[in-house]
Design a protein around this ligand. Structure first.
Ligand SMILES: Nc1ncnc2c1ncn2[C@@H]1O[C@H](COP(=O)(O)OP(=O)(O)OP(=O)(O)O)[C@@H](O)[C@H]1O
Ligand SMILES: Nc1ccn([C@@H]2O[C@H](COP(=O)(O)O)[C@@H](O)[C@H]2O)c(=O)n1
Length: 106
């Protein structure tokens, strides 16, 4: 695979739905960048040592119900305003998608 596909758009415009279907159809991997913020928020709220966790297990996941509670949504939104966190997540996604063959939505 020699390329990746990025899909951006307004909130609730269907990025995840179309991106996930597209990835399945093309046999690409799927990444929902919003889920990365939610994952970080989950560990922030639960005070778990985040260093023990990697983002790899978020590949090909969509709408993980545990990450869509109100408190996680609010914490993810708060964390996403932090420049360092944005840089960290962008770097992680760049690392994960180096191999190509990804649909990334966000
Ligand atoms: N083509 C479509 N027609 C009607 N409803 C749709 C369509 N695509 C997605 N939806 C619905 O719209 C809602 C938002 O879709 P989705 O989660 O894919 O959007 P999103 O852009 O990824 O949202 P967010 O910005 O919150 O991450 C969902 O309830 C989904 O089922
Ligand atoms: N590229 C992105 C994606 C998401 N965010 C923030 O993460 C929160 C959760 O995203 P969802 O798409 O799962 O709702 C959301 O509140 C955004 O603030 C972002 O900053 N950049």
């Amino acid at each position: 695979m020699t390329f990746n596909i990025a899909i951006d758009g307004l909130t609730a415009s269907g990025k995840t739905s179309i991106g996930y279907s597209l990835a399945k159809r093309l046999n690409f991997n799927f990444i929902d960048s919003g889920l990365f913020y939610r994952y970080l928020a989950y560990y922030n709220i639960n005070s778990t040592n985040f260093n023990q966790h990697t983002y790899d297990n978020l590949i090909n996941c969509s709408n993980l119900s545990a990450f869509y509670s109100l408190d996680i949504s609010q914490k993810a939104s708060e964390l996403s305003k932090d420049k360092e966190i944005r840089t960290l997540i962008n770097q992680e996604i760049k690392k994960l998608t180096k191999k190509k063959g990804f649909v990334v939505v966000g």
